[in-house]
Design a binder for this molecule. Structure first.
Ligand code: 4AD
Ligand code: MG
Length: 465
């Protein structure tokens, strides 16, 4: 039996090839039984379901049996048989059990079921071993794969944009400084400021808030690119939808106007939703049962609907006429809050909404300016339960217009000369957007807090793991 190769639980549970010897390895979820026989539920994370191990206690060393408690890691060899028992179709009758690692029942934090998500956040190093986080992490993987597949199949090139940057894409100034200077004793310029010319890169640098600006460089050469990487925002937002470190998918397309941009965003989001239903059904069913019994219905309803398209101005009108009491004020020129976005999606239209043409004052410098002189060709996609899931725009491709906006906003030209150059040499109409990966995972899993859809969340006052 020593030559047996380990089989993953997901593959074994698909098999109808009974009455053969198999070997499985994984972590004990539960052990029950009596003095004669033990029933062990073993899970190896390959699938939400466990394989049941049946062990005749007389056949094993007492010391081994004692170590088989919730959380312990085992290697089990035995006969794979069709099961008569309730709740499973197959089980393994154990012949050999090796304990790789025990887990002291007195101190193992996941000894009992039914912990709160808040408690599990404090043991982010162990929570992947729960059913919930197993499901979320498998879905997260499937969505990352589907994103690459979608763009690859549609002729986009994956562009790696830098993590450390010298420019501020969103212009909000909420960036994490990257420096090797001694914070106690930094070199100073003659007028007493920190002398960043002595810093590692010879200038001020930060962690990127978005790969877009470099993405545009790629699109204006390869026509269609996407980036998919970590982005960082030092905003002090303690909400269930904000992280300080999150992943963003950013396609950027030459020769696309904002209508083409919307078509792509809708098709992309529907593709990902369909992919999850087709490939992650077991995990979705579990989450549907445990957390959100409208989850699968909601995913299907998004697939069935044509997203509503309207302008910011029209949306503000609807909100003003709604008679609804909101916590934050509504008015032309004010940014929409997530309560406003969710009202439009969940109450008014009852389907995803794509809003365009926002006031230039509340959007970033690079967006294409409309002829009215007041609005820009922005695009926000709003989703049920999430609010904004995508932000994007057509880009201002006319050098003079972009330049005067940069001057107006007093953005240092020395940081953006290369970006301006793309408008000087062979500029072209182009568009793109950014999908917040964790907001997507919130939507697909039905989880309510963004801290529960990323393995190691970073939020204000929290980078503990
Ligand atoms: O709307 P945002 O700020 O747009 C950009 O960064 C553009 N440069 C994207 C582009 O056009 N290429 O961010 C895009 C998306 C948001 O719609 C949201 O889903 C997500 O990123 N996002 C966050 N997700 C989690 N935590 C945060 N703090 C987020 N900030 C934005
Ligand atoms: Mg936005």
């Amino acid at each position: 039996m020593g030559q047996l190769k380990r089989i993953k639980v997901c593959d074994l549970l698909k098999s109808k090839d009974f009455d053969r010897d198999v070997q499985v390895k994984g972590w004990v979820r539960t052990k029950r039984g009596n003095k004669k026989i033990a029933f062990i539920a073993l899970n190896d994370g390959s699938i939400i379901h466990n394989i049941q191990i049946v062990a005749d206690i007389a056949n094993f060393d007492e010391n081994i049996i004692k170590q088989i408690t919730t959380g312990a890691c085992l290697s089990v060899t035995g006969k794979f048989v069709e099961s008569m028992g309730k709740g499973q179709n197959a089980e393994i009758h154990a012949k050999e059990i090796e304990v790789y690692g025990s887990a002291d029942p007195e101190t193992y934090p996941l000894q009992k079921k039914g912990h709160t998500l808040e408690f599990l956040r404090e043991i982010a190093h162990l929570r992947p071993r729960t059913n919930t986080f197993g499901a979320v992490l498998r879905i997260r993987h499937a969505m990352a794969y589907a994103i690459h597949k979608y763009y690859n199949d549609n002729g986009f090139y994956y562009l790696h944009t830098p993590i450390v940057t010298g420019s501020d894409c969103e212009g909000a100034g909420e960036m994490f400084r990257v420096t090797t200077l001694d914070s106690q004793n930094p070199p100073l310029t003659e007028d007493g400021n920190t002398d960043y010319s002595k810093d590692f890169f010879g200038k001020e640098t930060n962690l990127t808030v978005s790969g877009q600006l470099e993405g545009e460089v790629g699109a204006l050469a390869l026509s269609q690119i996407y980036t998919f990487g970590p982005t960082f925002r030092a905003e002090n937002s303690n909400t269930p939808r904000h992280l300080a470190e999150f992943w963003m998918v950013e396609p950027e397309m030459a020769f696309y106007d904002n209508d083409d941009n919307m078509d792509l965003a809708e098709d992309f989001l529907k593709y990902l939703t369909q992919y999850a239903l087709d490939n992650c059904y077991d995990d979705l069913e579990f989450l549907n049962k445990m957390y959100d019994n409208e989850l699968i219905e909601r995913l299907k309803s998004v697939l069935a609907s044509k997203f509503e398209r309207l302008t910011y101005t029209e949306a503000v009108d609807i909100l003003l006429k709604s008679g609804q009491k909101f916590e934050f004020p509504v008015g032309w020129g004010l940014d929409l809050q997530s309560e406003h976005e969710r009202y439009l999606v969940e109450k008014h239209f009852k389907k995803p909404v794509m809003l365009t043409d926002y006031p230039n004052e509340i959007k970033a410098f690079y967006m294409k300016q409309n002829d009215d002189g007041k609005t820009v060709r922005a695009l926000d996609v709003l989703f049920p339960r999430i609010g904004e899931i995508i932000g994007g725009s057509q880009r201002e491709e006319v050098y003079e217009k972009l330049y005067s906006r940069i001057k107006e906003l007093e953005i240092p030209e020395k940081d953006l000369w290369w970006y301006l150059d793309t408008r000087k040499f062979g500029t072209a109409p182009h568009s793109g957007f950014g999908l917040g990966f964790e907001r997507l995972i919130l939507f697909i899993t039905g989880m309510s807090n963004i801290r529960d859809v990323i393995p190691f969340p970073r939020t204000p006052q929290n980078a503990n793991f």
